[in-house]
Design a protein around this ligand. Structure first.
Ligand code: ADP
Length: 224
């Protein structure tokens, strides 16, 4: 049996009077690539943000490698996310004033890592995503697909145990979507990293080992 990296039990979350998650329980294995599918507004992003310690939950528990993470304070949450998780969102959310290589090195620098090491790693990662020649370009000088590949390199820079992705190809055409997915999943296999991603596109979910479907704040189905 594969090691469990995330164990969520009975997660509940409301925004005001709207109950968004109604008792979600889920185990994710280390190295697993999991897709969260479901209709718009069903609670997919809220689930992803809860598992990633971005959003505080109202009830239930989330255990990451044996430790509860749902009851951490804001500072502990921030550190957990910065040191152990990586994030890729629909629009890369790169820092617009920073070059590609500066964007990739940034989190390691924030974590207090040595500058030379942070930049060596950033260059290696940009080479892996095929963008070393564009390392000095600003996000505004790159295409959407290139920005998303820089965002993946940046997410990988802290060697995260889990990569959380919310519609990571949502802003891309189909060629670039496939390329970004291949890159993310190849890196996950290479480094034994877990991916938890939200998508509404079956062709993107097809890259996952397992697909769960969220409907009205509950898991209504599992595929694979
Ligand atoms: P999905 O990702 O499946 O489209 P979400 O998790 O984004 O669904 O949203 C589920 C429901 O929760 C929606 O009705 C949305 O309006 C509501 N919601 C999500 N985030 C917030 C928030 N920060 N404040 C208030 N309501 C929210």
């Amino acid at each position: 049996m594969q090691e469990i990296i995330i164990k969520a039990k009975g997660i509940e979350k409301s925004y005001g009077k709207t109950k968004v998650l109604r008792g979600v329980s889920l185990d994710v294995g280390r190295g697993e690539i999991l897709a969260i599918m479901g209709p718009s507004g069903s609670g997919k992003s809220t689930l992803l943000h809860s598992l990633a310690a971005i959003t505080a939950i109202d009830d239930g528990s989330i255990v990451f490698l044996g430790d509860r993470i749902d009851n951490l304070n804001d500072k502990e949450r921030t550190l957990l996310r910065r040191k152990r998780f990586g994030f890729v969102f629909q629009f890369g959310q790169l820092v617009p004033e920073l070059s590609a290589v500066d964007n990739v090195a940034l989190v390691a620098l924030l974590n207090g890592e040595d500058k030379t090491i942070a930049y060596q790693r950033a260059e290696r990662l940009l080479t892996e995503v095929g963008l070393i020649k564009k390392k000095l370009l600003l996000p505004s000088e790159m295409s959407g697909g290139e920005m998303q590949r820089v965002a993946i390199a940046r997410a990988m820079a802290v060697e995260p145990e889990i990569l959380f992705a919310d519609e990571p190809t949502g802003s891309l055409d189909s060629f670039n979507s496939q390329r970004v997915m291949e890159l993310m999943t190849d890196m996950a296999r290479k480094y034994g990293m877990t991916i938890i991603m939200v998508t509404h596109e079956p062709s993107i979910a097809a890259y996952a080992d397992r697909e769960i479907v969220v409907r009205d704040g509950q898991i209504s189905g599992v595929k694979k």
